[in-house]
Design a protein around this ligand. Sequence first.
Ligand code: AMP
Ligand code: MG
Length: 417
Amino acid sequence: MDACVQPGLLPVHDAIARIIAALEPTTATETVSLFDGLDRVLAENIIAPINVPGADNSAMDGYAVRLQDGGDELTLIGESFAGHAFSGDIRAGQTIRIMTGGLIPAGADTVVMQENVTRRGDSIRINKLPDVGENIRRAGEDIAVQSLVLSKGHLLTAVDIGLLASLGIHQLRVFQRIKIALLTTGDELLAPGDVYQPGKIYDSNRPLLHALLKRLPVDVKDFGIVPDNPEALRKVFLSAREYADLVISTGGVSVGDADYTKEILSELGEVNFWKIAMKPGKPFAFGLLGNSLAEKTRATKCWFCGLPGNPVSTAVTYHQLVVPAVRYLAGENPVEPIVIKAVAAKPLKKQPGRMDFQRGIFSIIDGVNSVSSAGLQSSGVLSGMGKANCYIRLEAGRSSVAAGESVDVILFDRFIR
Ligand code: AMP
Ligand code: MG
């Protein structure tokens, strides 16, 4: 595939690999309440301290019976409700009323659904015999005691929180949040709330990245809009690296602009300016903005990602390059994107040489995975990205796609929505 990349450009996969190879994941941990565990990265393996469920219990409202001894005319001798077990045991010819979650009494081997019995006073007649063992949830069937439930490096979901709660776990060891300094550069930028001025544009990248970063285990400090002037940039980079594990900036990395950003960054650290074989988002800067500084409370390195200024380029390079970088820094185990195949519903324009991340709309039409362009593909047009629900990822060597051809699709995940 690399042979198809325009000479002088870095393939997307190589860019990601270089970033990951350079970064050093955090080792700092903290203990949080289970209630604060969502979207945090586990810093410990979770081994089940108990069986879940803890004991055999009923999956249905019905009657617990001893089916192995036969008989379909039974005498009711008690009840077992969730949280209120029946203390005796069941012999042949006997049954108890049992509700979902009620413990299976000693001697019983099956639960008969209440719909399948006729009850007259204390006598129960089974109309439809189940198989032995039916309608019982076995101890440890969900999670067996001593089994590995979740691994170190796992990003916790809401379902995980429920799962951990079912094990009686109420505190978790997680990695500390990564500290991110966010800034945008450009003399043309207006902050949200500024009065509109002709010739200027509102800074959309900073609010966009601010919102996207809420999906990641990070603390963000906003360093605002920085004018295109070397002194202002130097000053802000110096204070940003005092705070951050990672500085993210947008703008000022394309040819022309890059010259003095480059100069300042090479003075402060070792930042490389790459031309990545991706569209949108060719220019990208990555590297070290300096080592641990006296002012920093934590002796960690400070990394730098400089994203191109066009909002779609910002969003796509953020998603493709910065999200994996932050997740790795934050201690998460690598996760590969899920790529699915779809048929292009309409032709798609493409020049060979770079990997395209076109914004698309995926749907299933008559059982067939289909995708079409979400509209204008210019890197400045954020409205098209707003309508999209996926990337149409086209390999570097590929040229325009005809309707009916198969393409790779990556559905937008929560990190880009
Ligand atoms: P640059 O990467 O600085 O050369 O900017 C490329 C294009 O993106 C220019 O048209 C900029 O005006 C625009 N741009 C840069 N930063 C932002 C921003 N924060 N919000 C919206 N557009 C931007
Ligand atoms: Mg600029």
